[in-house]
Design a protein around this ligand. Sequence first.
Ligand code: FE
Ligand code: FE
Ligand code: ZN
Length: 277
Amino acid sequence: MYYIGNHLSTSKGYEAMGKAALKLGGNTFAFFTRNPRGGKAKEINETDIENFLKIAKENKFGKLVAHAPYTMNLCAAKEDIRNFSREMIADDMRRMEYTPNNYYNFHPGSHVGQGAETGIKLIADALNDILTKEQTTTVLLETMAGKGTEVGRNFEELLCIIDMVNLKDKLGVCFDTCHVWDAGYDIVNNLDGVLDEFDKIIGLDKLLAVHFNDSMNDCGTHKDRHAKIGQGKIGLEAMKRVATHPLLVGKPFILETPNDDEGYAEEISLFKSWQNI
Ligand code: FE
Ligand code: FE
Ligand code: ZN
């Protein structure tokens, strides 16, 4: 079984996203829980949710990988930004329960000069306040490229956050191929070694989803500019090895490539052509 999809627009609701995913050939997708630059979320429409859940069930969708807004920064230096970010994620947790048992991915944050250690503590403190035993959503920390003062620039930093969170079974990691490459993990020449390192540091049982992107830059450049599959520095062969790696198959793969619908449909069908189905 494989799950592939792309990042869809939230503007027309859940049923529209389900239909859009199917139209592109996908069986999962990502979406922003609210405007990517933050702000108020749209009211949940229960009929829309019901219609979507029916589509997802009938078409055997994999887990969705919702994405928190970019402005969310649980380790901002300013307390009001931290509080605003906490409110956003707590509200998103409530909203995610309308579509239970899915994933909610977020960028751990930027420590903005306070140091990674302080950033890690602030992020973990926030998660300890927000996560509940009752929630069915698993929160994913995204592997980051290490641009600016991003926290989560290596597997060790992600482990530090996980280690400090009490409800560890509510946490996982989203492996962004562009980001890990830009962070300095050579998934082109040593994918097995990188996954082995992930396993030794965090544990592969925590790797729950993949952001499937090529990169415009070289390994270790800490840039974070996504490229279309096969058109970047990671390249087609290495992307195929990621897509078909026995330790990764069966996870939701989400395209965040600079594409239009036609491009996404092509990448989704390319991904499917690689799977032994
Ligand atoms: Fe992201
Ligand atoms: Fe990503
Ligand atoms: Zn990125």
